[in-house]
Design a protein around this ligand. Structure first.
Ligand code: NG6
Ligand code: CA
Length: 512
């Protein structure tokens, strides 16, 4: 061996050692993408049993990763679920964590630890693209200035969002606090109290509507669609509903391409299949189920594009993708859009009872998948996991000491290496709470209608305790509260321990 060969082999050795080290470092800070659907039900994708609706791209993640059969959103509505996801704290600990109007102030304390803040500390670039719905500003927002605090102030380096929901004003996007495309001489005004003089509304101007409202949703009209809340001005900034999926996708892909050389966290919060359901024309008719099915097909395509881009950028093996939904499904959520009429044999709730707004399982049990090519072996897990647990589990992954207040460290469960999920979990639906523990579900008595007649969903309100053994009764058909008094007692005690003092008196309720 001559000198130069020795030098070459030494430097080759050094090079491969460096590469190895780099890989190891990389493996602790993989990119993290949370794909979060809005109102996608447990039965709304092929991998969870849908046969009438085709979702090949959702299914690719579910079948190539850990597919959780018992994964939960923290709430049966959006704002509380999103609050819990980002903070690792039960939403009922924060009384502002309720469905918010588009004008609501930010409900995450800017001093609070969040997933994006925790990841930033570990060197991540953090971004959110899509639905926010956690409030902006401190009240009385001036949409013509930078709107803050918001996502940037709770940990996101980059934010491209809609403020609340697609059915609420303002119908504009905000990029890092600024309304996108706003023109100085046409200021944007928003109110949830009263209409602006001379502005048409869904209530008074049905002739202007291309989508009719069924309940609520009769305030300001944009794009022929009546919304919740009033607005005026800001014309140039208004989104085109049918382009929203493409708009968010484009920004998300751009974000990935820009951040590909450093660890990044992307919270990609799609708006589908929440109302108003406005598929791009190329997806109209694609499902045969009307707009609700069509926007699920559209969202599925978006997720396919996202994965394709990660693949093209050679990032897929270094990216953990978590896929889930913020709450269960609803058909008629306030507009006439054929969701009920064209459903056919499709069951958005799968084998579960209830839906969005419900304390029954379909309110919060949602599709939940962890996918990491080459790292996570495909499997189906029955471990109980909650979106709450992502905070502490991701912290474990990146080597952070931080923990969410109610978040469990379940990294091995998310990586498919363990089946030991949580033992117990409080579920929330429109400010009511229930307990899941082991195989059991317990719903305390609540006043109120058994069924929300507008959306036609059973809410879980009852004069009696409801107790179900989900192991052999996943559809919650047989109330065992009377026949299993000891189990009921145990569930009540656990519920009271977690929920605290104000729930002590439920014991007095008829334990007949
Ligand atoms: C409800 C709306 C519903 C939807 C929901 C929020 C009415 C009558 N209903 O108040 O259409 O917007 O709020 O959905 O206004 S969520 O997924 O963001 O929680
Ligand atoms: Ca939702």
């Amino acid at each position: 061996m001559n000198k130069s060969t020795i030098l070459l082999s030494v430097s080759l050795l050094f090079f491969s050692a460096c590469q190895k080290q780099q890989k190891q470092e990389q493996s602790q800070t993989p990119n993290i993408v949370i794909v979060y659907l809005d109102d996608l039900g447990y039965g709304d994708m092929g991998a969870y049993g849908a046969t009438e609706l085709k979702t090949p791209n959702f299914d690719r993640l579910a079948e190539g990763g850990v597919r959780f059969t018992t994964g939960y959103a923290s709430s049966a509505t959006c704002t509380p679920s999103r609050y819990a996801l980002l903070t690792g704290e039960y939403p009922w600990r924060n009384e502002s964590a309720k469905i918010l109007p588009g004008s609501a102030p930010l409900i995450i304390d800017t001093a609070k630890m969040t997933i994006p803040k925790m990841l930033k500390e570990k060197g991540y670039h953090t971004g959110i693209v899509g639905k926010w719905h956690l409030g902006l500003g401190i009240g009385d927002v001036d949409w013509n200035q930078r709107v803050s605090p918001g996502p940037n102030e709770v940990g996101f380096d980059y934010a491209y969002i809609m403020a609340a929901t697609q059915d609420r004003t303002p119908t504009v996007y905000l990029e890092n606090g600024y309304v996108v495309g706003l023109e100085k001489d046409d200021p944007l005004l928003v109110s949830y109290q009263k209409n602006f003089e001379g502005e048409p509304t869904g209530l008074d101007n049905p002739e202007l509507l291309k989508m009719r409202w069924h309940h609520g949703h009769n305030n300001s009209i944009h794009n022929g669609i009546p919304r919740i809340g009033y607005q005026k001005g800001g014309e140039a900034a208004m989104w085109v509903d049918e382009d929203m999926a493409d708009d968010f996708l484009e920004i998300a892909l751009q974000y990935i391409r820009e951040q590909k050389d450093n660890p990044f966290f992307l919270y990609y919060a799609l708006q589908q299949p929440h109302v108003p359901r406005t598929p791009h024309p190329r997806f109209v008719g694609s499902s045969g189920m009307g707009p609700r099915g069509d926007v699920i097909v559209e969202a599925d395509w978006c997720v396919g594009e996202l994965v394709k881009t990660l693949e093209e950028e050679d990032l897929l093996e270094n990216t953990l993708i978590v896929f889930s939904s913020d709450n269960g499904p609803v058909l008629n959520d306030g507009y006439y859009d054929d969701a009920v009429e064209k459903l056919g044999d499709h069951k958005p709730w799968g084998p579960l009872r209830g839906g969005k707004y419900s304390l029954f399982e379909a309110g919060t049990r949602v599709p939940f998948v962890a996918y990491w090519k080459g790292k996570i072996e495909p499997s189906v897990s029955d471990a109980m996991v909650s979106q709450l647990d992502l905070f502490s589990s991701l912290a474990q992954l990146v080597g952070s000491e931080k923990q969410g207040p109610d978040s469990h460290e379940l990294l091995d469960v998310f990586l498919g290496k363990s089946n030991q999920g949580r033992e117990e979990l409080i579920l929330e639906a429109t400010s009511r709470t229930a307990l899941r523990k082991g195989d059991w579900a317990m719903i305390p008595p609540y006043n109120g209608p058994a069924v929300n007649k507008m959306v036609n969903i059973e809410l879980g309100n009852s004069n009696d305790f409801l107790l179900y053994n989900l192991k052999n009764d996943i559809g919650q058909q047989k109330n065992l509260a009377q026949s299993e008094p000891e189990k009921l007692q145990e569930m009540i005690e656990t519920f009271q321990r977690i929920r605290g003092k104000e729930f002590q008196n439920i014991e007095q309720l008829e334990l007949k």
